[in-house]
Design a protein around this ligand. Structure first.
Ligand SMILES: Nc1ncnc2c1ncn2[C@@H]1O[C@H](COP(=O)(O)OP(=O)(O)OP(=O)(O)O)[C@@H](O)[C@H]1O
Ligand SMILES: [Mg+2]
Length: 304
């Protein structure tokens, strides 16, 4: 029992799920540690939603072993009150007000009236919908609806959160509020598993798992993934005399890529080389570009 706290919150070994002839999960193996923000990323159809549905026990797996909060997933119903799941699709009651939707979910989890009111107020505040309490959910804009969905998912203070593209349609300022809140949750030891197509969000996760064709092809911190993809920073240079300057740089052993528009690109082995480049040429302008997570994923999916 003492080791429980250190068990991964989700542990998957060789998961297989077929929909007819389509293999949605293909020997998926991954451990998700407690207290992390874990970003699930990958192209459309790579199996992210399928994996999340498997974790909440909504899917019968064809093969593999899956443990959630230290229990086999076949018994996940016993711990529903510790899990919060926000689906990619609409799941609220359009004919109920915001307040009533939240009360409904609070009621499901048996939260008493006084506590219920406290949490509803706090969550409506967090998602910036307090003034719309009495509106019907069906009349909300897309982004407002997402915000209400998140509030309903959090009402019972779950320790494991599964959020399937929760920030779609949410404006940048409020997205930041969401992420601040996720950080608060993980600092309390809760785990947030989140799917996203936005690389700036993936960068905020402590661990990112990249899925492709039902497998986890890379997992680690954003920095580890960039390193794993072997990406180096590069310099973008607007050269005075592109032809002559490029040959000067090549003479020093740099690979100069002139293919992408007006600026030349040079991959750097280390930042120390910037000085050497500037000894050789004096460009009109230059920019140092650090590798992005997006580039790393593109590189990794080329190789897969
Ligand atoms: N109930 C189902 N019946 C048949 N095929 C399904 C079903 N659910 C998912 N699939 C298929 O399984 C594959 C994985 O789908 P999934 O929804 O897990 O992808 P995803 O990574 O979440 O994609 P997205 O980024 O578009 O949300 C897709 O090819 C999808 O069409
Ligand atoms: Mg999905």
């Amino acid at each position: 029992m003492a080791s429980r706290g250190r068990d991964p919150v989700v542990s998957a070994r060789g998961l297989v799920k077929d929909f007819g002839r389509l293999r949605a999960l293909d020997q998926l193996t991954v451990d998700i540690p407690r207290g992390a923000t874990y970003g699930l990323v990958g192209p459309n159809g790579s199996g992210k939603t399928t994996f999340i549905r498997a974790i909440v026990g909504l899917l019968k797996l064809d093969k593999g072993e899956l443990n959630v909060l230290s229990r086999p997933v076949s018994r996940v119903q016993e711990i529903y009150s510790r899990i919060g799941y926000m689906t990619q699709h609409k799941a609220l009651y359009p004919d109920l007000t915001l307040q009533e939707n939240l009360e409904f979910f609070a009621g499901l989890y048996g939260i008493d009236k006084q506590e219920r009111e406290r949490r509803i107020s706090e969550l409506l505040e967090m998602v910036n919908l307090a003034e719309h309490r009495q509106r019907l959910a069906g009349t909300l804009s897309g982004g407002m609806y997402q915000r209400l969905s998140l509030a309903c998912t959090l009402i019972h203070e779950p320790e494991l959160l599964l959020l399937d593209e929760p920030t779609v349609g949410v404006d940048p300022r409020l997205r930041q509020t969401f992420w601040d809140y996720f950080e608060r949750l993980t600092s309390e030891g809760k785990t947030v598993i989140i799917t996203t197509h936005l690389m700036d969000e993936a960068e905020k996760c402590r661990i990112v798992g990249y899925m492709r064709a039902g497998r986890m092809t890379a997992a680690g911190s954003p920095e580890e993934i960039k390193r794993h993809a072997g990406l180096k920073p590069y310099l973008q240079l607007w050269l005075r005399d592109p032809k002559k300057d490029a040959s000067l740089l090549r003479a020093r052993g740099y690979e100069v890529d002139m293919a992408k528009g007006a600026a030349a690109r040079i991959r750097l082995e280390s930042h120390d080389q910037i000085k050497d480049v500037l000894d050789a040429v004096s460009p009109l302008d230059m920019r140092l570009k650090e590798p992005t997570l997006e580039e790393a994923f593109l590189k990794l999916s080329e190789g897969a």
